[in-house]
Design a protein around this ligand. Sequence first.
Ligand code: HEM
Ligand SMILES: *[C@@H]1O[C@H](CO)[C@@H](O)[C@H](O)[C@H]1NC(C)=O
Ligand SMILES: *[C@@H]1O[C@H](CO)[C@@H](O)[C@H](O)[C@H]1NC(C)=O
Length: 363
Amino acid sequence: MNYSSSISFFFFIILLVQLISISSATYNEQDQNKKSPLDVDLPVGDIGLDDSFASSEILQSDEWPSSSYYHRRCPNKNVEKIINKKVKEWVDKDYKIAPSLLRLHYHDCAVRGCDGSILLNNEGSERRANVSKTLRGFEMIDDIKAELEKECPETVSCADILAAAARDATVLLGGEYWDVPFGRKDGRVSIGKEADIVPMGHDNVTTLLEFFQSMGLEVSDLVILSGAHTIGRTSCAQVQDRIYNYKGTGKPDPSINEKYLNFLQRRCRWASEDAELDAETPWKFDNMYYKNLQNGLGLLPTDQLLLSDKRTEPIAKALASMPSFLYGQIFGASMKKFGKVNVLSGDEGEIRTNCNFVNSHSY
Ligand code: HEM
Ligand SMILES: *[C@@H]1O[C@H](CO)[C@@H](O)[C@H](O)[C@H]1NC(C)=O
Ligand SMILES: *[C@@H]1O[C@H](CO)[C@@H](O)[C@H](O)[C@H]1NC(C)=O
């Protein structure tokens, strides 16, 4: 083993240890009933307020963060199952919406925490900011919310819906299931200018790390969560400078694989076109993203940069070298942590009745 590969082997072990400690801490009955990741019938349906639940040895908390948060608040209904059914309906119609949901949850949590602020649709809100222009999936969240308002009025927050829908969408594309704790409240504030801090792909690694650190996350989380770009697409506008005029040189970025460059130059002639973020397996949640980086197939500038920084490179290499399902579990553990960023709970915030607007009567 040379020096570089022994470093990434070291990180491989660190990531495994991290995973084992996180998953044993969150182990519960949902995991026991887990079926194959592609089996869309999530196990949550098997748990209700029945005897087996009552006699469960696991201590069930009723407040944020808790996976049984809605059991008492929405008895006889299964909130997670209702969300899952809707997500599956939408993804069945158009699988390209699945990555958009994951990204929507990310953009929600990245600004003011996971508080549904990205969904507020008023003048000057995050949703109306430039960085939000290519966000998709809002109609789907509205549809899920409308269904939940029928089943369980004024009970389920938009922030919680986003978190569960993002997980379900990821699982539908082959990702590993992770347990989503509930009890987030919806915020009443959304400011477009604040959204401008969300990196859009032209940042350096230091900026990315600082951004993640500001959310209480670590270097490993940045690398692990960036692997979300193993699914979905980008508008060509984000990458045109990289393929035609890198840093004003009039030439493409030399780190791009030659064949891939050729493909991209044809694919991205117009800024309004889209290109898949993972050229190899764009609609499958796997660890191909990291393998691609090693072959010069990273698409966003920030993706490819993960391999050229000493702080992120060994982690990216370790993630490339493990089986996909293991990466999926590591991703899930990191998402679970990410979904707790600056959450409003208890008396803070509100439960919106329409995800697009704050409840006016709450003032
Ligand atoms: C590390 C910093 C990140 C940067 C710079 C970044 C940047 C971007 C950009 C520029 C796009 C394409 C937008 C467009 O169409 O114009 C995108 C798409 C996407 N991002 Fe990120 N992202 C980052 C982190 C994340 C994280 C943490 C997640 C989720 C955990 C995520 C999930 C996604 C997904 C799933 C898509 C595809 C969306 C779709 O197909 O609709 N990204 N990202
Ligand atoms: C947002 O985009 C518009 C149109 O492309 C541009 O005129 C405006 O300056 C941008 N605003 C910010 C804050 O970047
Ligand atoms: C990274 O980008 C920031 C903001 O654009 C800049 O201030 C900083 O000097 C850059 N750092 C490096 C190491 O290039």
